[in-house]
Write a protein that binds this ligand. Structure first.
Ligand code: NAP
Length: 496
């Protein structure tokens, strides 16, 4: 039960936690105003209220941040792996110590419920622990040349200053997934967070400064001029690594820019995940998996189940059970007790989701569930389940990025694989079946970087995350994540 007295302490602590977050640029170890002291507002999507004003970096500020990163690069590259690991572990500890405050900041600026925000901070912290452990395991090799005589010595070196650009939907974890390996490898960086959610990254940078990351090693430039700040850096010849998480559209623009100076590039882009349920699957497990794959982050995830294909004999039963579960979700501000679905990020997101739903219904889809949304302000969209969604509906081709589950029937395994692969994207797919051989056959046939077999979440810092086709280049996390920030150098040695 929510009373006035229950609500008041949340608002008081909201003011406290937001005011504790740094609001300025971090360049060369110094918090500073943007050129001309320009700022921009960060808005709570649950209320439309302004939470804070944050420094708005200009292209000149971006250039200064890169100079700081370049100046710090040689010394940081020469620092001991143990030192870099210790920095990451100290930040991991502080993230956990402050998880409640950090979660509240994230919920306020991004909208996800507090429990999910806490989950993201724990996930974000885990990238630091994982890469602390990787930092001290960077290896080289020593080999006798096949013809004898000469020896091959290989060693790993940090690729150099990195530009890291992150999206709003996971405002902290997408930062630590890049900063963890960058710091572990000995790369300095300039980070450009999403303009809708800079506070979580600013809070993270406060922690990095506190644990003693050397001046210039990490630099932060929130801005409303993403293109103006990023492009000159990418074309400067001084950025040696670009790591971007965001839409496929912007990823392609950056890939072209990176070509100019042949910048090492990692791209974590959009998805269009198929979620396939065979008639031999345990339907309760499949529904639970679909709830995770669809509703994690309110559907605002690159990994979100975007097309749910269910074998025709069980489609109606599956859609009804899914609707029953989605119908239980309480919708409201993420700070309220019991809320499982917060607001979408902005009005444009709402308009896009509505347009896709209307299109699917016009093409013959049946509305199985359209849930309730709270009165008043905030960008809320109701949990929605559609069945018999046509494979030519617009939502079959683009990310819905919201709490809408479109269910489409298929007849047999070959058809399921064909429709699942009928997309330029290839980030993740989910397959539910109790037949192990079929599960592995389908997992191997699907063109995606990741597959959840009887599970609705694949993200894990210790596993390689990334996509095929237009979903990206490279992998983050896992044992390979650090390789994205390392060059392999071969030294040929004549022994004779
Ligand atoms: P977005 O519009 O591509 O923006 C991502 C980041 O790029 C933001 O920081 C944005 O700044 C910046 N940006 C925009 N235009 C730019 C330009 N011309 N040059 C340099 N930077 C630019 O994506 P979003 O809407 O924030 O995020 C949602 C997308 O990210 C979805 O497609 C989702 O699937 C994808 N995503 C992928 C993964 C993955 O791991 N594959 C993970 C999470 C999200 P502003 O904020 O100022 O626009």
């Amino acid at each position: 039960m929510s009373t006035q007295t229950d609500i008041a302490p949340v608002h008081i602590s909201a003011d406290r936690v937001v005011s504790a977050v740094p609001k300025r640029l971090l360049i060369g170890g110094r918090w500073q105003n943007a050129a001309g002291a320009r700022t921009f507002d960060v808005v709570d999507p649950a209320t439309g209220q302004v939470l804070a004003a944050v420094a708005d970096a200009s292209p000149e500020d971006g250039a200064a941040a890169l100079q700081a990163a370049v100046a710090a690069q040689a010394e940081f590259a020469a620092s001991s792996p143990r030192h870099r690991a210790d920095l990451l572990m100290a930040a991991f500890e502080l993230l956990h110590e402050r998880i409640d405050d950090l979660a509240l900041v994230m919920t306020l600026e991004m909208g996800k419920p507090l429990a999910e925000a806490k989950g993201e901070i724990a996930y974000a912290a885990e990238f630091f622990r994982h890469f602390a452990e990787e930092a001290v395991r960077i290896r080289g090799d020593y080999q006798v040349a096949p013809g004898g005589g000469a020896r091959f010595l290989t060693t790993k070196q940090p690729v150099g200053p990195a530009l890291l650009i992150t999206p709003w939907n996971f405002p902290m974890a997408m930062g630590t997934r890049k900063l963890g390996p960058a710091i572990a490898a000995g790369c300095t960086s300039v980070v450009k967070p999403a303009q809708q959610t800079p506070l979580s990254m600013l809070a993270l940078f406060g922690i990095l400064v506190e644990v003693g990351v050397p001046d210039g090693v990490v630099n932060l430039v929130p801005t409303t001029d993403a293109a103006g700040v990023a492009e000159p850096l990418i074309r400067s010849g001084q950025v040696r690594k670009l790591s971007f998480t965001g839409s496929t559209k912007i990823g392609k623009v950056l890939l072209e820019q990176a070509a100019d100076k042949v910048v090492r590039t990692s791209l974590e882009l959009g998805g269009n995940a198929p979620f396939i349920v065979f008639d031999d699957a345990d339907l309760d497990e499949a529904v639970a998996g679909a709830m995770q794959a669809k509703m994690r982050n309110g559907g605002e995830a690159c990994t979100a189940a975007n097309r749910i294909y269910v074998q025709d004999t069980v489609m109606d039963a599956f859609a009804e059970r899914l609707a029953a579960e989605m119908g239980k979700l309480k919708v409201g501000p993420g700070t309220d007790d019991g809320v499982r679905l917060g607001p979408m990020i902005d009005q444009a997101a709402l308009d896009k989701i509505s347009g896709l739903v209307n299109d699917a219904v016009e093409r013959g889809a049946t509305t199985v569930l359209r849930g309730e949304i709270p009165d008043g302000k905030g960008y809320f969209y109701p949990p929605t389940v559609l069945s018999n969604v046509s494979t030519d509906a617009l939502m079959a081709g683009e990310e819905i990025f919201g709490p809408v589950a479109p269910v489409t029937p298929f007849h047999d395994e070959a058809e399921a694989i064909r429709v699942a692969n009928d997309t330029p994207y290839g980030l993740v797919a989910y397959v539910f079946t109790n037949d192990l051989r079929r599960g592995l056959r389908v997992a191997e046939a699907i063109e995606s970087g990741m597959v959840g077999l009887n599970q609705g979440v694949v993200s894990n810092p210790a596993a390689p995350f990334g996509g095929m086709k237009e979903s990206g280049l490279g992998r983050e996390g896992g044992a390979v994540g650090i390789e994205e920030f390392l060059e392999t150098k071969y030294i040929g040695i004549a022994l004779a």
